[in-house]
Design a protein around this ligand. Sequence first.
Ligand SMILES: Cc1cc2nc3c(=O)[nH]c(=O)nc-3n(C[C@H](O)[C@H](O)[C@H](O)COP(=O)(O)OP(=O)(O)OC[C@H]3O[C@@H](n4cnc5c(N)ncnc54)[C@H](O)[C@@H]3O)c2cc1C
Length: 446
Amino acid sequence: MAQADLAILGAGAAGMMAALAANDRGRRVVVFDPMANQANNFAISGGLFPAAGSRLQRAAAIDDSPQAWLTDLRSYAGDSVNDRICQAVAQALPQVVDFLLDRCQAPLRFLPDMVAPGHQQLRFHSVTPASGASFHAWFREQLIRSPSILFNRQLPVIEFRGDHFLLTLAEPGGLAQRQLQVPQLLLAGGGFAADPEMVAEFIPDMAGALNNGSPTQDGSTLRLGRSWGGQLWGMDGYQGQGHTHPGGATRLGMSIPALGGIMVNDAGLRFVREDLGPSALAPHVLRQHRGMVLEVFDGAIEAQLTNHSAYQQAVGAGRVLSADDISGLAELAQVPADALVETLAQVTRFAQGRARDPLGRAEFVRVLAAPLKASWVTGALSHTQGGLLTDSDGRVLGQDGRPVPGLFAAGGTAAGLSGRGADGYLPGNGLAQAFGLAWRVAQALR
Ligand SMILES: Cc1cc2nc3c(=O)[nH]c(=O)nc-3n(C[C@H](O)[C@H](O)[C@H](O)COP(=O)(O)OP(=O)(O)OC[C@H]3O[C@@H](n4cnc5c(N)ncnc54)[C@H](O)[C@@H]3O)c2cc1C
């Protein structure tokens, strides 16, 4: 019977990070992913992750620290934050950057123009071009090229035997079986946003909402961990996305409100302080007529989005309207022109400090000016944040609070950084946990 030190279910952000880091520590690793040829969440993500206090950030003369990021995180998630995991991930991320640069020669860079709602500091990192597709492709290539990581596209049947896991695979043709015994198993199959029953059970507010994440988020590895006694935590936490185009194929990205954009409903009226962050915006957007709103901004904001892959894809898909004046924009978008004129006049007064926004937004950044831009967006469920409760090294905890022997979880399968509901998701929490916790799992392996 074949043996390895670690089996990983899922070749996404968490699974691939853990595989590379465990392999670097001399562990024999085998990765399984039966849906490896579908785009997973990592591949469709913005590919942006925060690493407060990284050496790349320091080289760009940014003064930041894990503690400052945690302060921002708590300002969103409040008391419901998963403190143990947040602390561990915050400390791990600068080391993840070192690992990727020094041990993997990753083409990683700091993004000096990535303004993100809720972050008091510039702290996002990615590859070039900054997108989940290219970052994922880089990881996948490392995984496939590594002579000492086995990558298998089958789904094994797994038995938990108390002190080890027995994985059984059917040989092609189905006549014979291969078995693998491993002392440690990492569940990294992502969350459950694509499982309508689980969404209805744990996040009823988003039951039936558009899912702009990957269909691979079927909750399967979470259910496995639960069946072996794993405890669940924060299951109503999720990232909403309030800037998604109907159908979910493209989105505007998170930065437009932070650069001065606003949102109006189909009556041409504002309805929310737009700087809440992309996640918390989603339910507000969905409550508007037809669940659709018009995001309004201008050419000067667009000029700051040249490196934002999500926005550029939206432009390429013809999703952005452009007009020389407000009436022209109103006509293109089919909203009442007089209402839009009045709304933009109010916003100008707020931006100039001549009036206060009754919806509570303090920063309007700039007075919007021609050419004006707009795009119809809806609210979506991007990915779930609740999952298996782990200790700070990703060990799955049982109902009695003790680790289930040999069982680890990271990424969407593990409880995340964001606390309850949509409000706690600070941009970047997804990849931050997937990379940070997976890296810690690799350091903790026997
Ligand atoms: C539209 C969108 C944009 C996003 N943008 C960002 C961003 O810019 N920054 C950020 O921090 N986060 C972002 N996220 C979140 C981020 O993508 C996720 O947090 C991250 O990918 C989670 O990693 P993961 O490994 O858990 O899941 P994934 O990356 O989705 O990987 C899971 C893998 O497991 C496989 N799998 C599933 N079930 C099984 C099974 N039973 N056995 C074996 N394999 C299995 C799947 O095929 C998949 O390959 C975004 C998400 C979405 C949907």
